[in-house]
Design a protein around this ligand. Structure first.
Ligand SMILES: C[S@@+](CC[C@H](N)C(=O)[O-])C[C@H]1O[C@@H](n2cnc3c(N)ncnc32)[C@H](O)[C@@H]1O
Length: 209
């Protein structure tokens, strides 16, 4: 879907997604000390707003201006408007500042593999050493009996794909698997990945013989 289609989808006053954060984003970030976070493809901002409520300073990026405006209004209403910066950009052609973030969240961004690789690689470069990445997306196995999500296999995630993308981006993968998410309509299957940006190797100094 292009930005205009997402704008149309977000056009009503009702939320398309929940007001609450994604359960995996919440579980994987709840124990982290707040710092600077980047929410890639933030949509209506449910994850960005929740992080801001936990004390994070958040950059929320999405190419739907309509979605971002809903997020901005909600953040203001909840008293965390000053903690979230909203940026309208196509993440396929956007790079975060290098080594700027303690946390990067990528939730349910579905792009063809080549584009996802570019976005994830750049997002990973936005992490400071020791920073964490939490990624969650509809898994390919969701097509076999899971509910919801895109039906095009070319944009669905797999643990193998995400593991190799993050490893190639220089991150240490902590967990990476297919996880079940129960919904009122039945079970849905997601790929969930968490990873850590490596600390630079210690300079051993000159060696004398
Ligand atoms: C399924 S929604 C998920 C929103 C949010 N991450 C969440 O979990 O609530 C996917 C989002 O990706 C955004 N998106 C898709 N392609 C994008 C792109 N190339 N650049 C920026 N945002 C994009 C859409 O506008 C939409 O808000």
């Amino acid at each position: 879907m292009d930005a205009a289609s997402w704008d149309d989808r977000y056009a009503g006053s009702e939320l398309v997604w929940s007001a609450e954060p994604n359960r995996f984003v919440e579980a994987e970030t709840a124990s982290l000390a707040p710092g600077r976070a980047l929410d890639v493809a933030a949509g209506e901002g449910r994850n960005a707003i929740w992080l801001a409520q936990q004390g994070w300073t958040v950059s929320a990026v999405d190419f739907s201006q309509v979605g971002l405006e809903k997020g901005e209004h909600a953040a203001q209403a909840l008293g965390v408007g000053g903690r979230v910066e909203w940026t309208c950009a196509d993440v396929r052609a956007w790079s975060p500042p290098a080594s700027a973030y303690d946390l990067v969240v990528v939730a349910y961004l579905h792009l063809v593999a080549e584009d996802l690789a570019k976005v994830v690689t750049r997002a990973a470069a936005g992490l400071r050493p020791g920073g964490r990445l939490v990624g969650v997306g509809h898994d390919l196995v969701n097509l076999r009996g899971g509910v919801g999500g895109p039906q095009d296999p070319a944009v669905l995630w797999t643990p193998g794909q995400l593991r190799s993308l993050l490893t190639n981006s220089g991150l240490a993968v902590d967990t990476c698997s297919t996880v079940e998410r129960s919904t009122p309509a039945g079970a849905a299957y997601d790929t969930l990945v968490t990873a850590t940006a490596r600390e630079p190797l210690e300079d051993p100094g000159p060696s004398y013989s």
